[in-house]
Design a protein around this ligand. Structure first.
Ligand SMILES: NC(=O)c1ccc[n+]([C@@H]2O[C@H](COP(=O)([O-])OP(=O)(O)OC[C@H]3O[C@@H](n4cnc5c(N)ncnc54)[C@H](OP(=O)(O)O)[C@@H]3O)[C@@H](O)[C@H]2O)c1
Length: 294
């Protein structure tokens, strides 16, 4: 689908995206490049994933570089952030998309497995933000004094209610949202950095979707969705463009849900046509049955 944004909304911006080599992160990197970003740096652990993502980005005419690193490691975070600025002279946008998830009943999940997901999603997000702060502040090297940079943290909607077999990711993403709000408050005030989040629902053609909603259950999942379709990576990228560009210049500390309204929904316990037919009958019966004199 064609973007509704002008092609230069991110003109001259330099972005670093953890998890930018695949899935939603890669789509964000692509759309940032197509909307005028001067350069995008992507971070992940697998070199082959980064290499192939960088060649696709470059084939679109986007200046791109891949940095191998693990967001759980403070040294990796510092090295990747520093290298981004060494290569491109500044850092304007940090996207924290790196995450791990798998379906597991709580009783089968070891505390070690629980901690691993918290370490990647939550601690990793904080570690990257912490490493990037010195470059995102208003007046930081290469940025000038007009405004600070932007942080986007990718979370989920799992923790808004409760999600089956994802106790680890739910807890981790709840922490990510909390980090988003705390940093928005502190760093918005002190450094003019806007910190927002994107909470995707089920997004088609992603690793997350294929791991968490196995093939066999997909059609059922679609039918229970308010908009009767899955989200696309593009939807997340458009949300990111809004938040990262000046369109969102007064938006700070928000978590933009991109799920078609799914988290609000409950399965229908009665079909709509049945309600239409039944409602008058039930109402009449209730009036006759009531002994109230009001
Ligand atoms: N897909 C969905 O429907 C959905 C729904 C809600 C939320 N989300 C969120 O959206 C984001 C992207 O999801 P996706 O489905 O597109 O998944 P994905 O393609 O698996 O993306 C995850 C990326 O994170 C990187 N990564 C994982 N652990 C890392 C680490 N320790 N250090 C550095 N990089 C690491 C992975 O690369 P390496 O393995 O090479 O490191 C990979 O590129 C995630 O935050 C996810 O929780 C997705």
């Amino acid at each position: 689908m064609e973007s509704p944004f002008k092609a230069d909304v991110l003109k001259g911006k330099v972005a670093l995206l953890t998890g930018g080599g695949s899935g939603i992160g890669f789509e964000l990197a692509t759309q940032f490049g197509k909307h005028g970003a001067a350069a995008v740096a992507i971070m992940g652990r697998r070199k082959e994933v980064l290499d192939s993502a960088v060649s696709v980005l470059q084939s679109h005419g986007i200046q791109a570089i891949g940095f191998q690193g693990d967001v759980r490691k403070k040294e990796d975070a510092a090295r990747v952030v520093d290298s981004t600025v060494e290569h491109f002279g500044r850092l304007d946008i940090l996207v924290n998309g790196a995450a791990g998830n798998f379906l597991v009943p709580s009783e089968d999940l070891s505390p070690k497995g629980f901690r691993t997901v918290i370490d990647i999603d939550s601690v990793g997000t904080f570690t990257m933000c912490h490493a990037a702060l010195k470059y995102l502040k208003k007046g930081a090297p290469g940025r000038g004094t007009s405004s600070g940079g932007v942080i986007l943290n990718i979370s989920a909607t799992l923790h808004y209610t409760a999600s089956w077999y994802q106790i680890h990711a739910s807890a981790a993403k709840a922490a990510v949202d909390s980090i988003t709000r705390s940093l928005a408050l502190e760093w918005g005030t002190d450094y003019d950095i806007r910190v927002n989040g994107i909470a995707p629902g089920p997004i088609a053609e992603t690793t997350g979707m294929s791991k968490l909603v196995p093939q066999e259950t997909k059609s059922e999942a679609r039918e229970s969705m308010p908009l009767y379709k899955l989200g696309e990576k593009w939807d997340c990228a458009m949300a990111a463009l809004y938040l990262a560009s000046d369109a969102g210049k007064y938006v700070n500390g928000t978590i933009l849900i991109v799920d078609g309204g799914l988290w609000l929904s409950n399965p229908r316990f009665i079909a709509k046509d049945d309600v239409k037919q039944l409602s008058q009958v039930v109402e009449r019966r209730s009036r006759t049955a009531t002994s109230s004199k009001l």
